[in-house]
Design a protein around this ligand. Structure first.
Ligand SMILES: *Cc1c(COP(=O)(O)O)cnc(C)c1O
Length: 416
């Protein structure tokens, strides 16, 4: 059962001041997710969540999460600048970038961010662009396939991220020679998984690596960063991840591997994006057209430029026709946007109640990797973002783009 924190009357009221389409985020849901996560890892003294800024890079959302004790995981110059503008600096930032430009390393070092190195060659690159900090993190890639039981969860061997085990060992030696004193270890091996065994089994792999590094090189391991990847139930029949069980599973591995290795002060870090905000956002759009040809089409006033995941990955996003929550889903539609691109469909062959022009649709679970992946293809403009506060008030936290924004990077004067 998929629910929404508003009904049709509330959205019609909002739409009087904020025309569709817009993404709307649920403050209470985001705060509750942050608190659940903190509870799951409260057994670990140094635990900290670094919210993956790329998932929803809106200052109001970042502020909300920072107020809940979260740091920020950044991977670009503008993400660093967003944090800086909010006064979120120093070790409240984890800079987990890859293919990193020189000035971004230098900028992250100026802010005092924790640096997570994606590649062996980045050690000297960082030394020359910002310098080597006393605490530094290395991103591990074990190669091959990542399995939970018989299920292949990811393909690290094909992924561009991280370093091999020999590179991690050599990297730690080089970094130590350059003055680093404490080390973090990071890996991201599966995306969007609700399997409660993912984090514990990733943790076991990183804890073992930490124990081996500590034993063989005598280095201090400050933290293990489990990164992102905990998923959400996009489909109504899917079960959510049980974050408390996940926290317990990580603790078991901690006590089994780290504690006997003499590493009982290692802090756990996470960089969850989707889990934190994904379910607590939705894209609200109005039906502009109904079209009947070989199939039945519903044409919305939003398009893939506002939510790319269905077009890009064939991802399922649940759709509720507001005010028709209890009507039978006895019609089948493709729900489309207006791009000149046949992939621009929010749903294909979706059973819905009978849809009429003017109906409002809520496309669920757009709170992470939703607005953020927006783009300007076909000259389409990014929508507004709204925050539904716990007290029911609605705040505009990003205005919609206008044609003037689209034209802002163009200069016509030299053409005349
Ligand atoms: C994208 C990303 C995350 C967040 O991933 P989610 O699937 O949203 O949890 C965390 N860390 C890094 C390095 C990432 O690239």
């Amino acid at each position: 059962m998929k629910t929404l924190p508003y009904d049709k009357a509330k959205i019609e009221e909002i739409a009087k001041t904020h025309p569709t389409p817009f993404h709307i985020y649920d403050e209470a849901g985001i705060v509750a997710a942050a608190q659940r996560l903190q509870r799951a890892f409260q057994w670990n003294a140094g635990y900290k969540e670094y919210y993956a800024v790329k998932a929803c890079p809106n200052p109001a959302i970042l502020r909300l999460l920072h107020d809940q004790g979260c740091g920020m995981d950044c991977s670009s110059l503008t993400e660093l600048m967003l944090c800086e503008r909010l006064g979120i600096v120093g070790e409240d930032i984890m800079f987990s970038s890859n293919d990193t430009p020189a000035e971004e390393f230098a900028y992250a070092r100026r802010l005092g961010a924790l640096i997570n190195l994606d590649d062996f060659s980045h050690i000297d690159f960082l030394k020359d662009n910002g310098g080597i900090p006393e605490t530094v993190c290395l991103r591990y890639n074990p190669g091959g396939e990542f399995r939970l039981g018989n299920t292949i969860m990811g393909n690290p061997g094909d992924a561009k991220y991280g370093m091999t085990r020999p590179q991690i060992f050599e990297g730690v030696k080089v970094l130590r020679a350059y003055g680093a004193k404490r080390f973090g270890l990071h890996a991201f091996l599966a995306s969007n998984t609700t399997d409660n065994a993912y984090y514990p089994s990733l943790a076991a792999e990183l804890f073992q690596l930490a124990a081996d590094l500590h034993r063989e090189l005598g280095v201090e391991i400050a933290f293990v960063n489990l990164s992102g990847g905990v998923g959400i139930p996009y489909r109504p029949e899917e079960e959510p991840a049980d974050i408390l069980a996940i926290g317990r599973g990580v603790r078991e591995q901690y006590e089994k591997i780290l504690v006997p290795a003499g590493l009982d002060h290692v802090a756990i870090k996470t960089e969850l994006g989707r889990y934190m905000t994904g379910p607590y956002g939705s894209l609200v759009s109005r039906v502009l057209h109904i079209k009947n040809t070989y199939k039945q089409y519903v044409g919305l006033d939003a398009c893939a430029a506002n939510l790319m995941r269905p077009a890009m990955y064939g991802a399922y996003h649940h759709i509720t026709v507001l005010g028709k929550e209890d009507a039978p889903c006895d019609h089948v539609y493709d729900v489309t946007g207006s791009l000149c691109e046949n992939n621009d469909k929010f749903a294909v062959d979706r059973a819905l109640p009978k849809v009429e022009i003017g109906d409002l649709m809520a496309i669920h679970d757009t709170g992470a990797h939703g607005f953020a992946m927006g783009y300007n293809y076909n000259g389409k403009l990014r929508s507004a973002e709204l925050l539904l506060h716990a007290n029911g008030e609605v705040e505009l936290i990003r205005r919609a783009e206008t044609p003037a924004d689209y034209f802002a990077t163009l200069d016509f004067t030299h053409l005349f």
